[in-house]
Ligand binder design. Structure first.
Ligand SMILES: Cc1ncc(COP(=O)(O)O)c(C=O)c1O
Length: 416
């Protein structure tokens, strides 16, 4: 890299990532092969349209690669249809809503502070400007309440029920939600679609370690950079091929121009890696590590959500009498990165929060094992309750990460 300023910050970032424990639940480390694809010459190519139907010449190679990404995505998720062009999870959601709804239609989604994403109806997102949202709350245990969702479907008569979240630590009963929507549709004049945004749990779905929403929802959106361990980007899937035209045109030309074919190449590599049997072992370890950390914090007396996936919530206000922002900053100062997060029934503002969200997708990619996940729980507990000094905690972090793989050279098995 001839640009010395940019190179300097590449190096600083590699050092930061290598020396720290990454517990942000939405992050992961793509392989060197995914990164190589993303840095490829495909970045130079305009390919508006879809394979075989482009607005530009010279698309014979990108067509093969985009079709490869589509076929691998369909195989991975047992889908009839895949669109690999969304630049991000947010754009996938924008296109999915547009494919199914008219402006002003009604969407029923989770209360945002209980774990929904901005694109699920936040006042600062396009979503609340284009559609009318109503919200279902979690129950007192922080779990989905199917009875309440059923009642709200009948009361609100939405055009779409949305499931899939950013900070929900439990399994989502897709099959039961489908049954509730079908039952509602059997007596409602307004047809309600069922959409799942599986951005967070897509890797768990791909590994077959939870229900596959593609079997039950009309449309499923995802990111590719979280538990799937791919490049930063989005994905739309459906079991219903008849939605293909509406979804395709909602991506291009409605919400995007030229597809990022270099990122699509990286998605193809990522899906190939996720199809390998080793990916299932990796994902099982992520779930094991997450649970080990959650359970150790609980054993030490902290208030945690419990977990059935790759993340859990730690109530730092109840546990240590500090807010999420303070906890995030303290942990960052010893080399542990996580994010402040609202918890169910939170009384503090989003800039502070009562909790932090902790996930093990990234650290497990580097080699974190169960014993280390327990050690990490102890470091978090001890440093936030001031049982140990910051420098002692920093040394403990350093001794864990020195046993892990370098983030710059990670390789994962691939099925071609
Ligand atoms: C559930 C969910 N959907 C969508 C997104 C948006 O993805 P992106 O940041 O790629 O727009 C996120 C991001 O965190 C998410 O958690």
């Amino acid at each position: 890299m001839q640009d010395r300023i940019v190179q300097e910050y590449f190096d600083k970032e590699a050092k930061r990532q290598n020396e720290g424990i990454e517990l942000i639940a939405s992050e992961n480390y793509p392989s060197i092969n995914v990164r190589e694809a993303q840095a490829s010459i495909f970045t130079a190519k305009y390919a508006e349209g879809y394979p075989g139907h482009r607005y530009y010449g010279g698309c014979e190679n990108v067509d093969v690669i985009e079709n490869l990404a589509i076929e691998r995505a369909k195989k991975l998720f047992k889908a009839a249809y895949a669109n690999v062009q969304p630049h991000s999870g947010s754009q996938a959601n924008m296109a999915a809503y547009h494919a199914l709804l008219k402006q002003g239609d009604k969407i029923l989604s989770l209360v945002l502070n209980d774990g929904g994403h901005l694109t699920h109806g936040s006042p600062v997102s396009f979503s609340s400007h284009d559609y009318q949202f109503s919200f279902y709350p979690l129950d007192e245990n922080g779990r989905l309440d199917l009875k309440v969702i059923k009642e709200l479907l009948d009361k609100e008569n939405p055009n779409l029920l949305l499931a899939g979240y950013s900070a929900y630590p439990f399994a989502i009963p897709f099959k039961e939600l489908r049954a509730i929507v079908d039952e509602h549709n059997s007596h409602s004049d307004v047809h309600c679609y069922f959409m799942v945004d599986m951005a967070h749990i897509a890797g768990i779905v791909a590994a077959g370690l939870c229900e596959n929403p593609v079997e039950y929802a009309d449309i499923v959106t995802s990111t590719t950079h979280k538990t799937l361990r791919g490049p930063r980007g989005g994905l739309i899937l459906s079991r219903d091929e008849s939605l293909a035209k509406a979804i395709n045109s909602s991506i291009f030309p409605y919400s995007q121009g030229g597809p990022l074919e270099h990122v699509i190449a990286a998605k193809a590599v990522c899906f190939g890696e996720d199809l390998a049997p080793e990916f299932k072992d990796y994902m099982a370890k992520v779930l094991e590590n997450t649970k080990a950390c959650n359970d150790e914090l609980a054993r030490r007396g902290a208030f945690v959500s419990g977990t059935e996936n790759h993340l859990f919530l730690l109530n730092v206000l109840a546990s240590f009498n500090i807010n999420g922002k303070e906890a995030q900053e303290t942990l960052e100062s010893i080399g542990i990165t996580c994010n402040k997060n609202m918890i169910h029934g939170d009384t503090l503002k989003p800039a502070y929060t009562s909790g932090v969200r902790i996930g093990f997708a990234a650290s497990t990619s580097r080699g974190c094992n169960k014993a280390q996940a327990v050690e990490i729980a102890d470091i978090i507990f001890d440093v936030l309750s001031k049982n140990i000094s910051l420098s002692e905690a920093k040394d403990k972090v350093a001794s864990i990460v020195k046993t892990w793989h370098d983030v710059m050279s990670l390789q994962y098995p691939l099925v071609g």
